[in-house]
Design a binder for this molecule. Sequence first.
Ligand SMILES: Cc1ncc(CNC=O)c(N)n1
Length: 231
Amino acid sequence: MEGSNEEEGKKSEVSVIETWLRKHRSLYVGATRHPFIRSIRDGTVDLSSFKRWLEQDYIFVRAFVPFVAGVLLKAWKESFESTDIDVILSGVASLNDEIAWFKKEASKWGVSLINIVPQKANQEYCRFLERLMSSDVEYTVAITAFWAIESVYQDSFAHCLEDDSKTPEELKETCQRWGNDGFRQYCRALQSIAERQLEKAPDDVREKAEAAFLDVLEHEVEFWNMSHGDT
Ligand SMILES: Cc1ncc(CNC=O)c(N)n1
């Protein structure tokens, strides 16, 4: 019986996020199985591409900190679940380690992190984050984008650590950073917060969140594209 689930107030079996992942499968795969990631996984990665990614990602991560702080602020104002704060705060804490890691990793590769020029794709991605920090963007939309941003990295780098991968030894630590089990669980925690918010959101907010999810995927593809160095 069509619509009976809703009439009885039951949740449909397929979650909102699962529905989106099915609907936008090719874009999701494009963001998580990008040629740059595939090249790490098959060991053919060009080290100048890797270094370019490292420099640009450091800039991105610095801009990501205030974004996550903004999500924290929205959670505090709009959510009645205090555990949301704990999950988001753990994200802030891991960014602190991450920034230290970037500095260490850059020196290992002889890359300088001062005076890096952000490429166009990076600038656009950072501008997108800034727009999401505006107080008129709902917590549901921001937490959905946050989940998507973290999950693309988790899914991409975990792929480079699968049993049959040929990831070069010197890149494994990078892949571990986002591909490890703790990060996977953190992404799942973000996903369940986003899902809970989406289930109770009005249609227009859910549509805005879906648009933000797609924007994240597109920005991630463009971000990986920068590693080619031809933009
Ligand atoms: C472009 C991009 N997207 C997602 C992440 C993962 N989040 C924090 O580290 C990242 N570092 N860079």
